[in-house]
Design a protein around this ligand. Sequence first.
Ligand SMILES: O=c1ccn([C@@H]2O[C@H](COP(=O)(O)OP(=O)(O)O[C@H]3O[C@H](CO)[C@@H](O)[C@H](O)[C@H]3O)[C@@H](O)[C@H]2O)c(=O)[nH]1
Ligand SMILES: [Mn+2]
Length: 488
Amino acid sequence: MTKEDDRFIQVREGEPLFDTRRKTGRVIAYRVFSASVFFCICCIWLYRVTVPTEIDENRTGLIWFGLYWVVVQSLWWNPVWRFTFNDRLSRRYGNDLPSLDVFVCTADSVIEPPLMVVNTVLSAAALDYPPEKLAVYLSDDGGSELTFYALAEAAEFAKTWVPFCKKFDAEPRSPATYLSCKASKLGSAAAEEVAMLYREMAERIETAARLGRIPDEARLKYVEGFSQWDPDATRRNHGTILQILVDGRKANTVTLVYLSREKRPEHHHHFKAGAMNALIRVSSKITCGRIILNVDCDMYSNNSKSARDALCILLDEKEGKEIAFVQFPQCFENLTRNDLYGSMMRVGADVEFKGLDGNGGPLYIGTGCFHRRDVICGRKYGEEEEESEDISETEMIKALASCNYEENSQWGKEMGVKYGCPVEDVITGLAIQCRGWKSAYLNPKKKAFVGVAPTNLHQMLVQQRRWSEGDFQSIVRFGMPKERSALD
Ligand SMILES: O=c1ccn([C@@H]2O[C@H](COP(=O)(O)OP(=O)(O)O[C@H]3O[C@H](CO)[C@@H](O)[C@H](O)[C@H]3O)[C@@H](O)[C@H]2O)c(=O)[nH]1
Ligand SMILES: [Mn+2]
């Protein structure tokens, strides 16, 4: 009997858009192994507790390690694998998909070179998604004219790049990566032209970065944007800069927006969490995408289907309704030899997150995550979704990214991304789950997002220390009933 080809059958009512599978054999084998280890741990505990203290001074350490082992079993006990049916999504919804806002965050034009940042923006703009439903917002906490200039250049280049990707089904859609790995086999005239345009753009951006000077023609061409920088503006002290570089609402193309929220030395800016909240408010008055994708500026989209994959989960009629966000793993392309610093996080990505997914859902890890806008804004599970907000004028929208806006408000507490924790993403995800939502983990063969991992010991230690401090804080905050009810 031939297997029915899924592409040619009509989607039946109630047919799921994704499937959740368990590998029973593997799971049973692991559970047997785990039970045998547990038996041994119990024997050690028994011995340590019965033996006199004078002989055994290491009692607490071993008991603690045993307890730790028991607790982390929850991560390995019930792993699940999710598979999406993209073709069913296309047949059921066609181009009638919810609007999607992509938030790219950058903070420093030296550490995060503008050319890398715009490659991430371009890869997101070229996602396989109806262009008029897609908007990419770049939040620049560095308040850098150079980053703005690079985005303006990228907005021009996007006019060629996005149609090119769609026409030739190019992958991956970060131009730098595509052109470097396909350079020798480009062949077609269209590809040569796009490669030439990219090289010219990259050259202009890199020259401006090297000289620390924006070309005069560009200042004139984008005068509306550049005029928003005061002569005495610094990265820690400037007003809101907001420029809609491409307004796709009018032109049936992808919307591109530059935002650098107001910064004043006397106001705490709350790092990336503050940037995310400003983006949530500002975008709510421009495109107000029902779905929000958050990526770090060094994590380009490597698989143009990721947005559709995430929607297979979020739009599924049966199980999707209770899922608040879909998290993809963090993958890296610059791993050191033998992955010296363990940046691949293989245990986390291949095992533990699948285990978390089997127990209510993975954590939100700050990048490669698709959220429902209303949920990240504070909606509880079971409440009705509200109508989208009004569209306003640019000057009114700028007030939403000012330092004072959040005073005496719930932003950073009940609304948006939470403040006061080095891993704002993890604690925000946990708070969403405390409000009754689930989340889902997708780890497709073709990596959805690919980024840059720390390349030296110093960078790695800084990152690990921040994560450990943040994760520990999250455990303490969620462990205490008073804090926990404040997060609910
Ligand atoms: O004041 C700030 C500081 C950082 N960022 C951006 O936040 C992202 C992550 O910062 P980074 O310094 O690269 O931290 P990592 O340790 O690499 O980031 C991981 O860990 C963070 C904390 O959990 C998450 O927010 C990230 O998404 C996750 O990739 C980058 O795009 C930054 O540009 C801002 O926008 N504003
Ligand atoms: Mn990073």
